[in-house]
Design a protein around this ligand. Structure first.
Ligand SMILES: [Zn+2]
Length: 424
């Protein structure tokens, strides 16, 4: 690959202020060599040089939670009640041919790139996403799911997970990582949680868990009531023991929470739960639009951030939210926690990298990090340039006002992985 020098009216390194008339130089090894004002960035003779005019150039976006194996199943689940919806998702997955998952994952990854997303943290059980990442030279963590609500399923479920990780491990390497995901407290027994977490620690694998998402999950653990509890009873599954825990406390009890644990959703969390996450140095994937779509309520985002937790944004699956639009998630997070534009944008770049433990690789434009970036079309609508107050909008505000269709180009490690097909 040749070195690549990109320039634009606005370059947003994210760490530090936006640069008007900035440039980015990516070396032949895919790593950033220099970023700064146009005149300060070298112009090597061998570099491919490209100027994007009035556009905005920023680090590639990072989606800390998605399910790309479900790509193209959007609109297939009208169930309004969450436990029924989950059941429906599993039925649809069971009806899908194995090769369809790989096709879905490939399309999902291409959709990410075309929306400016260059790193994904994905959970699934088909193994298709890690294969799609590896064959396409992508960047991400694929967390292999494990299920087993009955304590008697523990050993077989763990064995199945270990076999899957051994089989899929051949796709890991370089920028493609593998992790494990004991799915959620309403699909995984306490003893399977403990066993999976112990093995993950031993094997050095990161963990992702859907946690404290719905009121029904809390009701199951607190008192053995609600829709999940009813479903468990119907299947002869014993209630969690002892009852009386919040979801976060339940995972703390089973030694699942650590600095390598990504807690997805974290809506039903009291101040004591936030403190539990702080003590464990756990990270959070905040999915505001999915939480809203399922009627789970609002996550205590301001409290999570105020406590100093590492928080990144996730879209969740296309079956929950329709279109995967990380900048729309950033707008929702901004409104929820009263953030400024730079803070909201950091949640899907710098802070998301921290949540995944990848801050030394991605998340900001800085020398030594991967040359992952997205180039966004400058909006010409007066509202998007002047803002509601009539003042010139900041570069961060203008990025936040855009969407997947405004992404002109995306680069992963300096490699050109997307160009818009629509005219400027
Ligand atoms: Zn999810």
């Amino acid at each position: 690959m040749r070195a690549r020098r990109l320039s634009a009216r606005w370059v947003l390194p994210i760490e530090g202020p936006a640069l008007e008339h900035g440039a980015l130089l990516i070396g032949a090894d895919g790593r950033i060599v220099a970023v700064g004002p146009e005149a300060a960035v070298p112009r090597p003779a061998e570099a491919v040089v490209e100027d994007f005019g009035d556009a905005l150039l920023l680090p590639g976006l990072i989606n800390t939670h998605t399910h790309l194996e479900l790509t193209a199943l959007d609109g297939a689940t009208p169930e309004p009640e969450f436990s029924a919806w989950i059941r429906r998702v599993r039925e649809l997955k069971a009806a899908r041919a194995p090769e369809a998952f790989l096709a879905a994952a490939r399309r999902g990854l291409a959709d990410c790139w075309s929306a400016g997303v260059t790193t994904i943290a994905d959970t699934g059980d088909s193994g298709a996403v890690i294969e799609a990442l590896a064959e396409a030279g992508g960047s991400g963590i694929a967390y292999q799911e494990v299920f087993g609500p009955h304590p008697d399923q523990r050993d077989a479920s763990l064995r199945g997970l270990q076999q899957a990780v051994a089989r899929l491990g051949r796709f890991a390497g370089g920028r493609v990582r593998i992790g494990v995901s004991p799915h959620a407290p309403y699909t995984v027994s306490g003893s399977l949680y403990a066993a999976t977490a112990a093995w993950a620690r031993e094997a050095g694998l990161p963990i992702a868990v859907h946690l404290a998402e719905s009121p029904a999950e809390s009701a199951l653990l607190a008192g053995g009531t609600g829709a999940f509890a009813d479903a468990w009873r119907g299947r002869g599954i014993p209630m969690p023991a002892p009852l009386g825990h919040s979801p976060v406390a339940w995972l703390e009890r089973h030694d699942v929470l650590s600095e390598r644990t990504l807690c997805i959703h974290v809506v039903q969390a009291a101040p004591a739960d936030v403190q539990r996450l702080v003590r464990a140095h756990a990270a959070v994937a905040h999915c505001p639009m999915s939480n809203r779509a399922h009627g789970h309520g609002q996550a205590p985002l301001a409290a999570l951030l105020g406590a100093g937790l590492r928080v990144g944004l996730g879209t969740d699956s296309i079956m929950s939210v329709g279109t995967l639009d990380l900048l729309a998630e950033a707008r929702a997070a901004r409104a929820l926690a009263g953030l400024d534009a730079a803070q909201a944008l950091a949640l899907c770049t710098r802070d998301a990298a921290r949540a995944l433990g990848l801050e030394h690789e991605i998340g900001v434009l800085a020398p030594g990090l991967w040359g992952d970036c997205a180039v966004i079309r400058p909006s010409t609508s007066p509202g998007a340039v002047r803002g509601a107050a009539g003042k010139d909008m900041s570069a961060e505000d203008r990025v936040l006002a855009s969407g997947p269709r405004d992404v002109l180009a995306t680069f992963v490690g300096g490699r050109d992985v997307h160009r818009t097909s629509s005219p400027l």
